[in-house]
Design a binder for this molecule. Structure first.
Ligand code: CU
Length: 164
């Protein structure tokens, strides 16, 4: 008789334990779903934000080798449209690999072409213009330079800061 009761109680406890485990699992799943939903909603919101527009000139009409401006500051989580122009008579590069790794690129538009995916460097021929739409993710200080031989040494460099 005694063993029968013990068996019954053990069975009961076991089913309660199973039920609890199931409930805990379900609540975790729900939390994860909620987090995923929030992320999705916020990224949709970011893409709905009108981008803040910043124009950078690569060189100038006078042929000076510099970025104008040569200091750029962005805020993480905001949407930006960086307009790059080259009013100079020679081609230039906008190179900042670490900065490119610290942002999420939505697209780059140049002429009638729209490019999606990761971009690390842009080359602008004389008179060219490109629009880079992105969301900065990782805070930090990043070096900007033009990789045409001699241009960095002549002063074609800058700094990009992403703040939180
Ligand atoms: Cu250059």
């Amino acid at each position: 008789m005694y063993t029968y009761f013990v068996k019954q109680i053990t069975k009961r406890l076991y089913s309660v334990f199973c039920l609890l485990t199931l409930l805990i699992c379900l609540s975790f799943t729900n939390t994860n779903l909620a987090i995923a939903e929030n992320l999705n909603n916020s990224s949709v919101d970011i893409l709905k934000q009108p981008p803040s527009e910043i124009t950078v000139s690569l060189g100038n009409a006078a042929g000076e080798l510099k970025f104008e401006p040569n200091f750029l500051e962005f805020q993480s989580g905001k949407r930006y449209k960086l307009v790059l122009t080259n009013p100079s008579p020679v081609k230039h590069y906008f190179t900042s690999k670490d900065f490119a790794d610290a942002i999420w690129t939505q697209k780059v538009e140049a002429g009638n072409v729209e490019i999606k995916g990761n971009i690390h460097e842009l080359e602008l021929k004389p008179g060219a213009e490109a629009e880079w739409v992105f969301v900065p993710l990782k805070t930090g200080k990043y070096n900007l330079r033009c990789t045409i031989p001699g241009h960095l040494e002549a002063g074609m460099k800058g700094e990009i800061v992403i703040k939180s």
